[in-house]
Design a protein around this ligand. Structure first.
Ligand SMILES: NC(=O)c1ccc[n+]([C@@H]2O[C@H](COP(=O)([O-])OP(=O)(O)OC[C@H]3O[C@@H](n4cnc5c(N)ncnc54)[C@H](OP(=O)(O)O)[C@@H]3O)[C@@H](O)[C@H]2O)c1
Length: 162
């Protein structure tokens, strides 16, 4: 399983249940990378998806609640092992797509982390673990700086779990 995330300078990822930064290039890249695979997400991230389940991907939603049932559009898992078994059965690449609680609990089970780094600090209430401060992770590639529609500098960084 690989993680994919969009962060600000202090590893902020969200506020009030939504994303911090709008970035069309990042959205496009997220879609390209995850298309055809399984996307594993927490129940709150699932509920924050503006268009419902992500099309073209096997949506696996982690919840401890009893009232969320599997349907044609999503599979429900009660633990990460159950989620990974569902992804395994699906047979394609598995992605951990958030939110904060899932990243925090399961980043150690990821091989790579695809990080979109925005060079700005915004008021966040949810964070991704600081991979630069973690000896178990190494940044192995960074693209050139680009800018969002609103002029925020960003780049794509790839981290490897050592
Ligand atoms: N910047 C990014 O790339 C990015 C990506 C994704 C999300 N986000 C942001 O992150 C925020 C949401 O993160 P969050 O931490 O509040 O919520 P979350 O991780 O999306 O969802 C939390 C929920 O997942 C379920 N859950 C968590 N751990 C579980 C486990 N071990 N076993 C079974 N179920 C488990 C629980 O659901 P139940 O309560 O139903 O039991 C829990 O309440 C939002 O602001 C969102 O926009 C940002």
């Amino acid at each position: 399983m690989d993680a994919i995330v969009s962060v600000t300078r202090d590893w902020g990822i969200g506020r009030d249940g939504g994303l911090l930064v709008r970035n069309k290039a990042d959205m496009r890249r997220f879609k390209e990378l995850t298309m055809g695979g399984s996307v594993i997400m927490g129940r709150k991230t699932f509920e924050s998806l503006p268009g419902g389940p992500l099309t073209g991907r096997n949506n696996i939603v982690l919840t401890r609640a009893r009232d969320l049932a599997s349907s044609e559009d999503i599979e429900v898992a009660r633990s990460i092992d159950e989620a990974l078994a569902l992804a395994d059965a699906y047979g394609e690449r598995a992605w951990l797509i958030g939110g904060a609680s899932l990243y925090r609990q399961f980043i150690d089970r990821c091989s790579m982390a695809y990080v979109t780094f925005h060079d700005i600090v915004l008021d966040a209430d949810t964070y991704f673990p600081d991979l630069d401060g973690d000896d178990a992770w190494s940044c192995i590639g960074i693209t050139e700086t680009d800018f969002t529609e609103r002029g925020i500098p960003f780049h794509f960084a790839l981290y490897e779990h050592l």
